[in-house]
Write a protein that binds this ligand. Structure first.
Ligand SMILES: [Zn+2]
Length: 119
């Protein structure tokens, strides 16, 4: 079993705990930091990046998510999805999500379908 010492945490671990990378000449080499240290570094870096550029990222994200949410809600209403019906049934707080049975959802779906046909 081949082992290697991580340059970050100084723990000797099996070689499989290190990610392999392809070098410019096509050979593979094993990284100097173990997977855990590499992941932690990436996470910290992305958190720092988000904190630094929060305004831009949130601004960039908002129109997409709003647009997506609208079309998602419209589709859910049109197709009478389980989630949409569950939301309707629990809306006034009389019923809880855990009280809902598949039969109840199906019944509500039939009611809505009937109402739409009568319109
Ligand atoms: Zn490490």
């Amino acid at each position: 079993m081949e082992t290697k010492i991580c340059i970050k945490c100084s723990i000797e671990q099996d070689i499989s705990e290190y990610a392999k990378r392809k070098s410019h000449n096509g050979c593979f080499y094993v990284r100097n930091k173990c997977r855990l240290c590499t992941n932690n570094e990436v996470n910290i870096r992305s958190v720092l990046y988000f904190q630094k550029n929060k305004d831009i990222i949130v601004q960039r994200r908002r129109p997409y998510s709003k647009k997506y949410l609208k079309s998602y809600q419209a589709n859910a209403k049109r197709d009478l999805t389980d989630i949409y019906i569950k939301k309707l049934l629990t809306y006034n707080g009389v019923l809880l999500v855990k009280d809902l049975t598949p039969q109840l959802i199906e019944l509500k779906r039939k009611e809505l379908t009937l109402k739409r046909k009568l319109k």
